[in-house]
Design a protein around this ligand. Structure first.
Ligand code: GUN
Length: 281
């Protein structure tokens, strides 16, 4: 059994990103620019945003951090995003989710042009992914594909099961695996016989947000198990996979923390550089 080291892989990628960001700057005489918008004071979001800003600094990307109060109006939030959309120094825009309840997230995200949508959440980018066209892909599922690639996991012809169908992870994950020639099944809260579906998987991706949901009986001997879950249980981070039992059956497995998590920011920075490169050419 091999433990997939997301921390080390993300560090390797970030070294490559520094080179890409520097090459962009050298060629176009300006830095790649990423705007990060945080609305309100959700503690988890504050940590994520701080890490994203730090990631920018580390990669040589110019960050534009915007903090709006929790009671900002719909119009105020949209106004900010529209101004970032019009700013030539900003190549990518990220609005940290979730938003305070009174705001219509869909309408705010709709103010981000597809070319600056570093999260890959827009209908245009999801559509491009579904059509297997070039575009921006959501950071977390992209990070999973990068881990599979760098650990030499063959996807062609393999049975892949994704548990979870969220717009941020499950759906784009399934599309990426399909584009990589896997035979893909998506399981969710209404799936009948979920354990049996999972037990057939050569590659099992858990993205449901339920601590220790995937147990050893749901995993085929030798399967590759990717745990996207980040659950806080008694102040400790736990994944969606019961690591202690599943790691005895898996050939490759991601730990939590230190698996998929560190890859997400690396992919965000990579997406920002890609948006800048596309805008410049
Ligand atoms: N909140 C949790 N994950 C994400 C993400 O990938 N992007 C944004 N914008 N918000 C998030």
């Amino acid at each position: 059994m091999t433990i997939i080291d997301g921390k080390k892989t993300a560090a390797d990628i970030r070294a490559e990103l520094r080179v890409r960001a520097a090459a962009f700057e050298e060629r176009y005489h300006k830095k790649v620019g990423l705007a990060v918008v945080l609305i309100g004071e959700d503690p988890a979001s504050q940590v994520y945003v701080r890490n994203k800003i730090r990631g920018c600094e580390d990669a040589g990307i110019r960050s534009f951090a915007h903090y709006l109060p929790a009671d900002v109006t719909q119009e105020g939030a949209e106004e900010l995003v529209r101004s970032l959309a019009a700013d030539d120094a900003v190549h990518g825009i990220l609005v940290q989710l979730p938003l305070p309840g009174h705001l219509d997230a869909e309408r705010i995200l709709a103010c981000i042009p597809a070319a600056k949508d570093v999260d890959g959440f827009s209908a245009e980018n999801i559509g491009r992914l579904a059509l297997h066209e070039e575009g921006t892909v959501a950071c977390t599922p992209l990070g999973v594909m990068e881990l599979l690639r760098r650990y030499g996991v063959e996807t062609r012809g393999k049975r892949a099961v994704v548990i979870g169908r969220s717009n941020i992870v499950g759906r784009p994950m399934a599309l990426l695996l399909l584009n990589a020639d896997a035979t893909v099944t998506v399981c969710h809260s209404r799936t009948v016989g979920l354990a049996e579906e999972c037990a057939r998987a050569d590659i099992l991706v858990a993205a449901i947000g339920k601590p220790d949901f995937v147990t050893a009986d749901m995993v085929k001997e030798g399967a590759v198990v990717i745990d996207v879950g980040i659950n806080r249980v008694d102040g400790k981070l736990t994944g969606d996979v019961d690591y202690a039992s599943v790691s005895k059956k898996a050939s490759l497995i991601t730990p939590v923390p230190g698996g998929v998590g560190p890859m997400t920011i690396a992919m965000l920075l990579s997406n920002a550089i890609s948006c800048a490169e596309r805008a410049a050419r």
